[in-house]
Design a protein around this ligand. Structure first.
Ligand SMILES: [Zn+2]
Length: 212
């Protein structure tokens, strides 16, 4: 019996995450299943993590930019990733549901809920092992300017990649609108709090084993 944590950016939601004043410089990174915190990060032995980004529109380029941003959050290479051409041996797979949007340059001034992402880590509850691959599914909504869709995908892919690093909190608890891991994201790059949180996560003993 497989259990999934569904990490969903409901880009259609107009709700803002409440700010968490005075709670220090990090937010909650773990989710909880059956009362147990699900703490995961990619260990040294699995680096570089292999990301397959389907050759759909700009997805490989957007993914590459997002991965480089996340790698840059670490001083000592605690997380490293590479785009991987073989989906059968990839750790993470990114795809569109329903095909890529019309090509356009992102207009980053347009903060429009024009797309959505879902990241699904599957954890075997008997062995507390993450299954491979972790899947990121992206979709976009017609009726929006192509430049707004492209900008939304820049934000949402970067956000979903954050989940794939081990930021599994599906409720984005403790984030605020300045954080890339807020849901939905309104910024294009990790904040200082995103950086602090992911650094703490990568120096916290995991409870979930890696898939290889
Ligand atoms: Zn999310």
């Amino acid at each position: 019996m497989k259990r999934a944590i569904a990490l969903i950016v409901l880009a259609l939601s107009a709700c803002e995450q409440p700010a968490a004043p005075g709670r220090g410089n990090i937010y909650s990174y773990a989710d909880t299943l059956g009362g147990a915190p699900q703490i995961f990060h990619w260990p040294e032995t699995t680096l570089p993590v292999r990301y397959y980004a389907a050759a759909e529109g700009a997805l490989p380029e957007i993914s590459q930019r997002g991965l480089e941003m996340w790698q840059d959050q670490f001083l000592y290479g605690e997380f490293r990733a590479t785009l991987w051409s073989d989906s059968n041996t990839a750790d993470v797979i990114l795809r569109f549901s329903g095909g890529p949007p019309p090509p356009a340059d992102p207009d980053t001034s347009m903060i429009v809920a024009a797309c959505q992402g879902v990241t699904t880590p599957l954890i075997d509850p008997n062995t507390s092992t993450l299954e491979r691959p972790m899947r990121v599914t992206l979709s976009w909504f017609t009726g929006n300017a192509p430049e707004a869709i492209a900008a939304c995908l820049e934000r949402v892919v970067a956000h979903e990649l954050g989940h794939t690093l081990g930021l599994f909190n599906a409720a984005h608890a403790g984030t605020n609108a300045t954080d890339l891991m807020a849901g939905p994201p309104r910024v294009y790059a990790p904040s200082d709090r995103d950086r602090s949180t992911v650094e703490v996560l990568y120096h916290t003993p995991p409870t979930i084993r890696p898939p290889r």
